[in-house]
Design a protein around this ligand. Sequence first.
Ligand SMILES: Cc1ncc(COP(=O)(O)O)c(C=O)c1O
Length: 377
Amino acid sequence: MKIRKFGVEIWMNKYETQCELNLAETCVESLTVAELLDMAGINDIAQQLHPLKLTYGEIEGSVRLRNLVADLYEKQKMENVVTTHGAIGANALVHQTLVERGDRVVSVLPTYQQHYSIPESIGADTQILKLTEKTRFLPDLEELKTMATPGTKLIAINNPNNPTGSLMDRAYLEKIVEIARDCGAWILCDEVYRGTDQEGELGMTASIADLYEKGISTGSMSKTYSLAGLRLGWIAGPVELIHAVSVHRDYNTISVGMLDDHFAAIALENKHKILKRSHEITRTNLAILSEWVDAEPLISWIKPKSGTTALLKYDLPISSEEFCIRLLKKTGVMFTPGSAMDMEGYLRIGYTNGEAVLREGLKRVSAFLREAASLAA
Ligand SMILES: Cc1ncc(COP(=O)(O)O)c(C=O)c1O
């Protein structure tokens, strides 16, 4: 099967280990094992782990963990949840399960590239719904109506959105549900950043699995819960869909590691503490970034409402890749070029990798911008 190269993943693989200040990171600053256990008040981890026999474990994910994941939703039960190798595994499984050659799939752009490149690789009639500043990076509903012709198989959205940080609220999602219902489409909503809203005590917006009988939500421990190293994600959706996914999952997953499952369960049993920490980081850091953007004449944006990233427009006559490579070489700061996500003319910043990293990184980017502007003048 031929498939396009995954722009962002290639960029991260190539440069992540070479940078000094990582402003390309999309996780809320990752936790150490010690920090997680400390938050959970666990001081007998060895006693918990030593008797564990390392089998494949419970194939669809432990009952303990699937119940905890179901609790993140309004209407989902354990039977509506299956664990996967990260949200990346969850998304791939959903596309693979639902999409066939010739099917119409509508995907927003920008988003995580899986959502349009996998359907394209399957030979689906993949329609791109461009998110623009005009609608503050929310899907244009009239345009979606035109694209979602009768018989459309799948509409893929991403809420909160990576890279723009835009957020569809419940009412907006319900409008998308109406459009999908009219044409009979499934909706896959990649909700890997759910729980990082700038407002609200829980910081969580409604989930598509709770709003639509053909709604599928994917999520993981990576971003909001700061535990990407667990490689633990999930799909939440109608039981029939979970069964259909399981047919494919048997071929490429078997199960998710027992240790990953165990630590994810510990984390979700303490989700309020983790969410509190995440909100402190995301909210403090977005305020810092916002001040910086206001003071930078060459940078403009639509300020994020959620997530961990922002899309910055820059006013310099160079490509985004050249910008990012020069920035990295001169200052040690890593951004992600818009070209890696089919958004030339933009830069993506991940602003939740620790306050000190952000402050120092932005200071260096300011100096870089001043020098680049004087060279361009
Ligand atoms: C929108 C989106 N979906 C999925 C993923 C994959 O996340 P995970 O680490 O859970 O596989 C990412 C990672 O950057 C992402 O940004």
